[in-house]
Design a protein around this ligand. Structure first.
Ligand code: PLP
Length: 419
């Protein structure tokens, strides 16, 4: 395996996690399409089940193609280990449920991806798990919400679709002062823009369906464990002892994998890991272009007389602009833009008149994508809940792709002319 720790990040996205020596010279992992793995001796299978030998057993548990992708993303996020899963939501669900037991609580910012919000405030209630949704920028509000039953704090690097940027460093300090881990969904930023573990977060989650893959060809999710959180002797986590004994600093990842991932059967198909692996090769170049395009497109939208408002942390008039600059450095501000028209009718006219931009429910694709959240993902939400989540009839969400920026602007411009 090549030594990669002396390489720049944009070279590491290509070379991390590759092991041609073990793959008969292939420079991408072969797709190991086998449900189960042969063991030559009874002792070998027994030792593998007991965790004394590192082999594969059965695809629901582990798979060599998946392991290659896990190693790659763990390294890019500067984590100690990772588990890939069938979707981003599988990663969110397994991570949170591993840390919670009935009657427990956790704290989350209000700016959450739609399914995460539904999971936290709806599904979890059935299991007596309480999400305390707070203004995550307000440290006092976070502290006031912490009780003996709190198990973690959960945020997204860039809130979807509000496009707000919480201060990861500050929230991590608050979490740690109370013995709580901080979980960050880094899907909208990608490790190219920011690595939350370096800012004090403890766990990172991705929907690999988005920027990590970039081609929109495969769904997937991943959990990366920073391996730094002190689970031992923490009264909030008395059930960690056997996992600490078995895996030390990777106790959480082992617990997620052993208790939930393999029993809930949230296995990633190796072909999806293979596709994601190909996608990550171009992550750095794509993110550069995504983000420079987003700055150009956001300025165009901000100056258009039919656009009421624009939310994009790269604009200097935005509430989180300074926080975003500090957290993201000089690389950019992501490539997701929310903007407002007068009403739903105007949004429909815009979308229906686009020629190049795709109207579909996804983001982080190399193609520019657009959606009207009010009438699509959030259509069955009560109007007052939609409003509390920043979802209004005039809201458009744009995932800026890597096409020529003039073509993105020209397409929006000719469609806005029809309003
Ligand atoms: N997290 C964020 C921020 C997302 O935007 C999404 C999906 O859009 C998810 C998680 C869920 O990912 P998946 O669709 O792969 O389950």
């Amino acid at each position: 395996m090549m030594k990669t720790n002396n390489l720049h990040f944009d070279s590491r996205v290509i070379h991390e996690g590759l092991n041609p020596d073990e793959w008969q010279g292939a420079t991408l992992p072969p797709i190991f399409q086998n449900a189960s793995t042969l063991h030559k001796t009874a002792e070998s299978l027994s030792n593998t089940f007991a965790g004394k030998e590192k082999n594969h057993i059965y695809m629901r548990l582990t798979n060599p193609t998946n392991s290659a992708f896990e190693d790659k993303v763990a390294s890019l996020e500067n984590g100690k280990g990772a588990v890939v899963m069938s979707s981003g939501m599988a990663a969110v669900t397994n991570t949170c449920m591993t840390l919670l037991k009935s009657e427990d609580e956790f704290i989350a910012g209000s700016s959450l991806f739609m399914s995460t919000y539904l999971l936290f405030t709806g599904v979890f209630k059935k299991y007596n798990l309480k999400a305390r949704i707070v203004d995550i920028k307000n440290t006092k509000e976070i502290e006031d919400a912490i009780t003996d039953k709190t198990r973690f704090i959960y945020i997204e690097t860039i809130g979807n679709p509000k496009m707000d940027v919480p201060d990861i460093e500050k929230i991590a300090k608050t979490a740690h002062a109370y013995g709580l881990p901080l979980i960050v969904d880094n899907t909208l930023a990608s490790p190219y823009l920011v690595r939350p573990l370096e800012l004090g977060a403890d766990v990172v989650i991705h929907s690999t369906t988005k920027y990590l893959s970039g081609h929109g060809a495969a769904t997937g999710g991943i959990v990366v464990d920073g391996g730094n959180f002190p689970w031992e002797n923490n009264k909030r986590f008395p059930d960690f002892a056997p996992f600490i004994e078995r895996k030390g600093e990777l106790a959480l990842l082992d617990k997620i994998w052993r208790e939930h991932h393999i029993n809930f059967g949230t296995t990633q198909a190796p072909f999806h890991s293979y596709l994601a692996m190909i996608g990550v090769d171009t992550l750095a170049l794509r993110m550069e272009r995504h983000m420079s395009n987003a700055i150009i497109v956001s300025k165009y939208l901000n100056s258009h007389k039919k656009i009421k408002w624009v939310n994009f942390p790269g604009l200097s008039d935005q509430a989180d602009h300074e926080t975003a600059k500090r957290i993201f450095g000089d690389k950019g501000f992501g490539a997701m833009i929310a903007f407002g028209l007068e009403n739903q009718e105007q949004c429909f006219t815009l979308i229906d008149n686009l020629d190049m931009i795709y109207h579909l429910a996804n983001l982080g694709d190399c193609k520019t994508l657009i959606i009207h959240p009010w009438s699509s993902q959030y259509v069955s939400f009560e109007p007052d809940v939609k409003k509390s989540l920043f979802i209004t009839p005039g809201l458009i969400r744009l995932s800026v792709g890597i096409e020529n920026p003039d073509d993105i602007i020209n397409d929006i411009d000719q469609a806005l002319d029809k309003i």
